[in-house]
Structures are given as structure tokens and as C-alpha cells.
Design a protein around this ligand. Structure first.
Ligand code: AMP
Length: 125
């Protein structure tokens, strides 16, 4: 079920539980601002999720309310993971779903990193 990005942050969402260590994840990278782990249901050869550590529902919430330090930390973490995983030379895709039209299902901001092979058209038709 797509989430409503205008709702208040739900501290019981699955990524909040992963951040608190209540649910395991297949961790790729962690720093002060972000955590990256493999998507449980990969849609490409490489499918990694990068999440900020702060409590932000979506890209909308994050871009409006996060500090410059949090935003820089998150963006740099996405870039770092892509480089570290060797995705840059052959290319990759970063995607964030927001709300109903975007098909966002987990109400904690996450960037999808896709790579490992040609990814096809930008949007399914
Ligand atoms: P979105 O539709 O953008 O909200 O994407 C949510 C993503 O989270 C999906 O690709 C799911 O496969 C992934 N996901 C859900 N639960 C977990 C989990 N426990 N560990 C890793 N990935 C998850």
C-alpha cells in the first residue's frame, strides 16, 4: 500500500526498526548520517537502499526539514556506496519514490541504487 507522505513520521516503520537494530539488514555501508543495505526483493542485479538516519518520511519531508549537514551526509553516502560498489564506470540509477503516484511503500526516506547491468527505460510503459 502506498503511503501518504504528508503524514507524521511513524517510528514503527520497518526502516526505523532496522536503524534501531530491532530487525536485521544486509548492511553495505554506515556512517553518522546514513545506512545502506541490500533490498530484500531486488529489482536489478545490484539493488541497494540508502536511508538517512534522521526521522524523515520522504524526499519531500527531508528536503524541507533536514539540516544542510544531514542532506550533505545523505547525498555523499549515496555517492560513496555507488563508487564503493564499482557502479560508476558502467553506470547506475538512483530513484526515490514519493507518495502514492511514486508508489512509496515504506514511510522513511530511501534512495534506491540500481546497477550491475543495463537498466532499461526510465519508466515502465
Ligand atoms: P518503496 O516502494 O520505494 O517504498 O520501496 C521500498 C523497498 O523496501 C522495496 O524495494 C522493498 O523490497 C524494500 N524492503 C522492504 N522491507 C525491507 C527489508 N526488511 N529489508 C530490505 N529491504 C526492504
Amino acid at each position: 500500500m502506498p503511503i501518504d507522505p504528508t503524514e507524521a513520521y511513524d517510528p514503527d516503520n520497518i526502516f526505523a526498526k532496522i536503524l534501531r537494530g530491532e530487525i536485521p539488514c544486509n548492511k553495505v555501508y554506515e556512517d553518522d548520517h546514513a545506512l545502506a543495505f541490500h533490498d530484500i526483493n531486488p529489482q536489478a542485479d545490484v539493488h541497494i537502499l540508502v536511508i538517512p538516519k534522521g526521522a524523515y518520511v520522504s524526499w519531500d519531508d527531508f528536503s524541507a526539514k533536514a539540516s544542510n549537514e544531514e542532506i550533505a551526509g545523505f547525498v555523499r553516502a549515496v555517492g560513496h556506496v555507488a563508487r564503493d560498489r564499482g557502479l560508476v564506470v558502467r553506470g547506475y540509477r538512483v530513484l526515490a519514490n514519493i507518495g502514492r503516484n511514486g508508489g512509496q511503500e515504506v514511510p522513511h526516506l530511501h534512495a534506491h541504487l540500481f546497477g550491475g547491468g543495463p537498466l532499461g527505460p526510465m519508466l515502465a510503459r
